[in-house]
Design a protein. Sequence first.
Length: 183
Amino acid sequence: MEPWLASFEITFPASTVEELFLALVVRDMVYGTSFDVETEDGGQTFQVDVTASEEIDAERYQLLVEAEIRGVEEQETARAFLEQILEEAIDDAERIVEQRVEFGAVVADEIEMRVVPEDEERWDLVIPDWLAPEGAEVPFGFRAFRTDSDQPFPSNADLDGAGRIVIVPFGGQFSLFAIPSNS
């Protein structure tokens, strides 16, 4: 049975730091997830691999979710599962956002995004894809650095001490929030 693709677009408001922060946490939760699914009646099993991308304008954040599905031809069954996963991700993200620890903010002009080699990628750092420099692999092949040094921002020590750190660009600054790691 050939794999097929399903896609969804979810629009989040993005007119405040908090709204954009929630949307970025949802993206982080769904990107790169994989599921082996058995229907409730046990009659079917299938596999789902999820990727996500994003677009933003002045007031909206658009999360584009794409799933490669193998093992089931009934698209409605798979779509219902995906809708459930996305709803759960939003609910979980809302709980995670409540547990955030503010990690400070910095003026955007003091930070630049740079491509990093694979061995310096940090899976515990969430940066919006649209900030990626030319040639960077998204979502992990780039990092923020202070413009006046070669020091990554946040530092590796900061990342090691937090579960995950989310960089939220808004209003000419980058706000950082620590959240629990995804399990």
